[in-house]
Write a protein that binds this ligand. Structure first.
Ligand code: NAD
Length: 262
């Protein structure tokens, strides 16, 4: 299937590694020009690697998505280079794990800036251009936790629900302009975030990293964690011309982990 993406431009937030990086690569493989951001200089090398591997133009911008001025600058730099942003992928690192009583009010504020405000600010920055061109794709990386909250991740469970409400409402507002808004729900996927979660569980439950993985694998009908490229394939499809009538959806890539019917 030709996804019809060649020549489009994407901005993928938080893409030096993990799921964001995999999405940037999947889009580049379809001929999309890709701007990527992360907090450190390494993002420029990541952008160069993607350009070399896939033969598309890329741009690496150092920006912290929790800082509104960084978000504005990153989008401005991308527009100065590529003139338009057709596809926005909102993403960021995950907020810290831990039970309710372990999180201070400041921790809640930091998590809100990371998980909710970053999405709002990125959407605010790209929407005028998408509306002007009457075409756009907004993809938010959330989590399986929006369908089945994960014990011990109270910050993530709470704030991703807020992103889900935001996206559902925004989808209706922008649909008349040819813009779709969908959420991608990763299940347990092999990234450094997952290694960090496994190490945290190993410490608190006095087990090993291997036993943390084994416990997750037991809950997953496919019997294994996912690979980032398996998740990123969904992003490429939902960003594509072929997905023009799919909006306001929450689509999991979880090997069957969510037990609900819908
Ligand atoms: P990761 O930690 O491997 O990668 C996170 C990326 O975000 C890195 O490139 C990092 O540099 C960047 N980043 C972090 N904070 C940033 C900031 N403030 N500004 C700019 N860039 C920033 O994580 P991942 O596994 O790729 O996960 C991506 C998102 O998906 C996270 O929110 C995570 O909680 C969520 N998620 C992941 C899984 C999984 O199993 N991997 C499952 C469910 C949800």
């Amino acid at each position: 299937m030709d996804l019809g993406l060649r020549g489009r431009t994407a901005f993928v937030a938080a893409a030096s590694r993990g799921l964001g990086r995999a999405i940037a690569e999947a889009l580049a493989a379809e001929g999309v020009r890709v701007a990527v951001c992360a907090r450190t200089d390494g993002i420029r090398a990541a952008a160069d690697e993607i350009a070399q591997q896939h033969g598309v133009e890329t741009l690496g911008v150092v920006a912290d998505v929790t800082v509104p001025a960084d978000v504005t600058r990153a989008i401005d730099e991308t527009l100065a280079r590529f003139a338009a942003i057709d596809i926005l992928v909102t993403n960021a690192g995950g907020p810290p794990a831990g039970p309710f009583e372990s999180h201070t009010p400041e921790a809640w504020q930091r998590a809100t800036a990371l998980t909710l405000d970053s999405v709002v600010n990125l959407c605010r920055a790209v929407l005028p251009g998408m509306k002007a061109r009457q075409w756009g794709r907004i993809l938010n990386v959330t989590s399986i936790a929006v369908k089945q909250p994960v014990d011990g991740l109270i910050l993530s469970n709470s704030l991703r629900a807020a992103v889900t409400g935001f996206a559902r409402t925004l989808a209706n507002e922008v649909a008349p302009h040819g813009i779709t808004v969908n959420n991608l729900l990763p299940g347990y996927t092999r990234t450094e975030r997952l290694v960090e979660l496994a190490e945290g569980i190993a410490k608190t439950k006095d087990g090993s990293v291997a036993s943390a993985y084994a416990a997750w694998e037991q809950q997953i009908p496919m019997g294994r964690v996912g690979e980032p490229h398996e998740f990123a394939a969904l992003a490429a499809f939902l960003a594509s011309e072929r997905a023009s009538y799919i909006t306001a959806q929450n689509v999991a890539v979880d090997g069957g982990w969510i037990r609900g019917l819908l």
